[in-house]
Design a protein. Structure first.
Length: 138
């Protein structure tokens, strides 16, 4: 039965998640909130939609100063003018060492899969910001 197989696979994946890593991410996000720092959230495609939703939930429910790029015109202009791999450059232009970048990427956000995500991570790290993420495929 398809539903039973789906639920088994969901349970297998849930049990494979490292609870210590999730706890560490939650602790870092609490530090960001408590220190009045910012969280920049990036993703592409459906992950960008999730990033926008996540930023709203973090602001509304957790009192975290979170933001995600939501201006389609600005992002397409950046892709057109500067190249696809640079679409987050403007969004991350003010990221500081006290801030946090949170990456959502089903494809994994690697250089071969997503140059834009990889570049965003490098930009955040060069600023000294912390980097968190939920990425795939593994």
């Amino acid at each position: 039965m398809h539903i039973r197989d789906y639920l088994r696979e969901t349970a297998r994946i849930a049990l494979a998640i490292d609870a210590i890593v999730i706890e560490a991410m939650a602790t870092e996000l609490a530090r960001v909130r408590n220190d009045s720092r910012k969280v920049y959230i990036v993703g592409l495609g459906g992950s960008l939609a999730n990033a926008i939703h996540m930023s709203a939930d973090l602001r509304r429910l957790c009192n975290v100063d979170a933001m995600a790029p939501s201006n389609q015109a600005e992002m397409s202009a950046a892709a057109n003018d500067d190249g696809w791999e640079r679409i987050f450059d403007g969004f991350l232009s003010r990221i500081e060492k006290t801030d946090c970048l949170f990456v959502l990427s089903v494809g994994g956000g690697t250089e071969t899969v997503s140059k834009a995500i990889s570049r965003a991570v490098k930009k955040a790290k060069s600023a000294g910001a912390s980097v968190l993420g939920v990425v795939g495929p593994n």
